[in-house]
Write a protein that binds this ligand. Structure first.
Ligand code: COA
Length: 344
């Protein structure tokens, strides 16, 4: 007997999920490449040519990650035309919570989503995709009907602003998606997730490993982290190798030709990575979504931030097929194929 998931092995069948709303929010403070060049030995020319980034935004004194995430989620709710009381679950993908016990419940409270459970999920730059797939399971099982998935990160907290090899890359932001159980519309086609902890050392935000005396012979580990550390070339090679493989496998599994993709929506880390992946599938640059010149790499926020921008400027229309992939620390990576169904 064929299972539900076997049935999904062709492009005519869709998981019972619709993507119906999106939203985003970014901090007010803009730091240009030239301004960064006043602090570290770098230049606008170097950053633009090696990454495509022109500027990034960082959360300043009068803003917070929770505020941005709440704002993004409210916009997604509005687009989906949902009453906040009808939300069953809020998943916040973040590696930089304001509270290590979890920031999602604070967003739940801000939204007035009194019937929703809320929790954080951490998978660095793949976090949004991992959260989306996690949310999908509740909808597929029939246990929930409406979920808000948020990707929000404040990597500016953890960047060494004197390390030119990393500080030029990152920025802060938040994006959100409203997804619901639906058998009527074309929605999620399929997904794939992967992790490889053996290669995790090439990008991390590791615990400081400092021990302090406690009592007698006992010591305890101080709650403290080191700044982001990255082997840029290794991460680059990982992304341009693994993203085409995982996307290619997904397209093949569901019998979808890359020519049918309306939009390639990748984690926004480096324009050269976007171009390399697009070239592997012969996807023309007009179909490759990119806004990293304005925001840099906002970690879990890049995918929903990009999606929201392209929905609101009416590039992405209801019914468009989106090939999406996220990748980053862990190492972790994933891909999803879905039809957008929101209206704006
Ligand atoms: N400004 C000026 N020079 C810089 C610089 C900066 N911000 N950062 C590094 N350099 C220098 C290096 O010191 C090196 O100098 P050298 O040749 O004299 O030794 C030179 O530029 C080349 O450095 P390299 O690290 O080889 O550059 P690169 O072409 O690999 O580009 C990255 C560096 C980080 C842009 C690139 O490796 C990358 O994008 N990797 C992926 C990172 C990523 O996406 N991370 C997040 C994943 S979620």
């Amino acid at each position: 007997m064929r299972s539900f998931f076997d049935l999904n092995s062709n492009s005519e069948f869709h998981l019972p999920i619709s993507f119906v709303g999106c939203g985003s929010a970014t901090p007010q403070t803009i730091i240009s490449n030239a301004e960064l060049g006043e602090r570290v030995d770098t230049s606008d020319e170097w950053i633009k040519s090696r990454t495509g980034i022109r500027q990034r935004r960082v959360i300043g004194a009068n803003e917070s990650l929770i505020d941005l995430a709440t704002h993004a989620a409210r916009n997604a709710l509005k687009m989906a035309k949902w009453d906040e009381k009808t939300i069953d679950l809020i998943i916040l993908a973040t590696s930089t919570p304001e509270d290590l016990f979890g920031s999602a419940p604070k967003i739940q409270s801000n939204l007035g989503a009194s019937n929703a459970a809320a929790f954080d999920l951490t998978a660095a730059c793949s976090g949004f995709l991992f959260a989306l797939v996690t949310a999908s399971q509740y909808l597929i099982s029939g246990s929930m009907k409406r979920i808000i998935v948020i990707g929000a990160d404040q990597l500016s907290k953890w960047v060494d602003w004197d390390d030119r090899s990393t500080c030029v890359l990152f920025g802060d932001g938040a994006g959100a998606l409203a997804i619901e159980a639906s058998h009527e519309n074309k929605g999620l086609i399929g997904y794939s997730l992967k992790s490889d902890g053996n290669r995790g050392g090439c990008l991390n935000l590791a615990h400081s490993n400092i021990f302090e005396d406690l009592v007698n012979e006992a010591s305890h580990q101080r709650g403290d982290y080191l700044p982001i550390r990255m082997e840029g070339k290794e991460v680059y090679k990982f992304a341009v190798k693994e993203v085409p493989i995982i996307l290619g496998e997904l397209l093949e599994k569901y019998n979808i030709h890359s020519g049918s993709i309306d939009w390639l929506l990748l984690h926004q880390a480096n324009q050269r990575i976007l171009d390399a992946v697009a070239a592997r599938f012969s996807i023309p640059s007009e179909k490759v979504l990119s806004n990293l010149e304005n925001y840099g790499n906002t970690s879990a926020a890049t995918i929903p931030l990009m999606l929201d921008e392209a929905v609101r400027d009416k590039r992405i229309k209801s019914g468009d097929l989106i090939a999406c992939s996220g990748f980053g620390a862990g190492l972790s990576w994933g891909a999803a194929l879905f039809y957008w169904h929101g209206s704006y």
